[in-house]
Design a protein around this ligand. Structure first.
Ligand SMILES: Nc1nc2c(ncn2[C@@H]2O[C@H](COP(=O)(O)OP(=O)(O)OP(=O)(O)O)[C@@H](O)[C@H]2O)c(=O)[nH]1
Ligand SMILES: [Mg+2]
Length: 241
């Protein structure tokens, strides 16, 4: 267990329903993709050390928009809609091949993809399709096998070894680790990978110094406007009953 420090600055910036609405290209962003209910929003909250930055729900398919979180200095974390959950009504179930698929290909600021998988259900067909698709960018992927608190350490390690082997067949630069938002396990390893993608390694050496905000930045303390809508009733902390 360790306290996160790298992404503590994260502040909600905007929600995007269409590619044309994406904010201007910045200096770097990391997107969190994965099956609905895998724990993407929870992982993002855990890394940001923030209980309700990104919306977490027991209802799969809650995150339907691309949500941008500002890290300052032109850097962002991006929470993508989940894929592969059949019970979400077709009207709001954009196949990842459209919004997510286009986003991961066209976005130049995107430095790498964090693919979040429930450690009990890793490497689904949808995950494979996304990894295959993203492969054409040549950019890195880091898999967080989350909810690792649900398995014994031995079972978790076995799954990790299998997933690493499967990933190595897709690309030598794809990596994976165990993670738990509930137990706050795996934060440091994830931070190291994401810091290297964003060129922030030096910050990890310092003792908890967050990235400086650029002059005139106004996002600090901004309320998450989804508190009334998508981020509404039923939101839960990871693991809460
Ligand atoms: N035990 C445990 N539960 C977790 C963990 N991470 C997330 N959860 C739970 O899993 C459920 C889904 O979490 P979310 O973070 O909303 O998942 P998501 O991938 O963002 O889901 P969508 O937005 O629907 O795609 C919630 O009930 C969380 O509390 C974890 O590490 N351990
Ligand atoms: Mg979510």
């Amino acid at each position: 267990m360790s306290a996160p420090k790298l992404f503590r600055q994260a502040r909600f910036e905007t929600s995007v329903a269409k590619l044309e609405m994406l904010p201007p290209e910045g200096l770097g962003e990391i997107a969190f993709a994965g099956r609905s209910n895998a724990g993407k929003s929870s992982a993002l909250n855990t890394l940001a050390d923030h209980k309700r930055l990104a919306f977490v729900s027991k209802t799969p398919g809650r995150t339907q928009l691309i949500n941008y979180f500002d890290l300052g200095n032109g850097l962002h974390l991006v929470d993508l809609p989940g894929y592969g959950y059949a019970k979400v009504p077709v009207a709001i179930r954009a196949p990842w091949g459209r919004l997510i698929g286009d986003y991961v290909l066209v976005r130049q600021s995107l430095k790498g993809l964090a693919v979040i998988m429930d450690v009990r259900h890793p490497m689904t067909d949808h995950d494979y399709r996304l990894l295959d698709w993203f492969g054409q960018t040549g950019k890195p992927v880091h898999v967080l096998l989350t909810k690792s608190d649900k398995l014994t350490r031995a079972d978790g390690m076995r799954t990790l070894a299998t997933v690493k082997q499967q990933l190595s067949k897709l690309s030598p630069i794809y990596t994976a680790q165990l993670f738990s938002s509930l137990k706050k396990n795996g934060i440091e390893d994830a931070e190291k990978v994401f810091a290297s993608w964003l060129g922030l390694e030096a910050l990890l050496e310092e003792t908890g110094t967050p990235p400086a905000k650029p002059p005139g930045a106004t996002t600090l303390g901004k309320k998450n406007p989804r508190a009334k809508g998508e981020n509404g009733p039923g939101s839960k902390r990871p693991g809460s009953k």
